[in-house]
Design a protein around this ligand. Structure first.
Ligand code: SF4
Ligand code: SF4
Length: 110
């Protein structure tokens, strides 16, 4: 079975998210004055593609990718948010994620 990431082509590799513990509204408003940044009380997001994401939408350093990337879960809230905000054709990706997760559960509990 193919990974949903092959259809998605790296929506999660095109942004950087920085969480906030606490931040004044004035600072959020200032951050949002910058074109490439979207901020709210929970954190801010930069629209910036990882230099290792290939034109085919694959990780160019897959075997050596950082722990942060290894821990990122397909179908997690962050994955779904990345797809929803960055991919117009979501249905085929979300269908693959559902299949992937069903099979993952099947394999994990057999
Ligand atoms: S956003 Fe989700 S489906 Fe898309 S590449 Fe990242 S982990 Fe894979
Ligand atoms: S290192 Fe690979 S998996 Fe991690 S963000 Fe870059 S392209 Fe994506």
């Amino acid at each position: 079975m193919n990974s949903p990431c092959l259809i998605c082509r790296g929506a999660c590799c095109e942004t950087v998210a920085v969480p906030f513990k606490s931040i004044p509204q004035e600072s959020i408003d200032w951050l949002n004055m910058h074109k490439e940044i979207k901020a709210d009380k929970s954190g801010m997001r930069f629209e910036t593609k990882c230099e290792h994401l290939t034109d085919e939408g694959k990780c160019g350093i897959y075997e050596k990718r950082p722990q942060l990337c290894r821990k990122y879960k397909i179908g997690s809230p962050a994955c779904l948010a990345a797809i929803n905000s960055r991919r117009k054709l979501k249905a085929p990706i979300l269908r693959e994620i559902r299949l992937w997760n069903d099979n993952f559960v099947k394999y994990a509990y057999r």
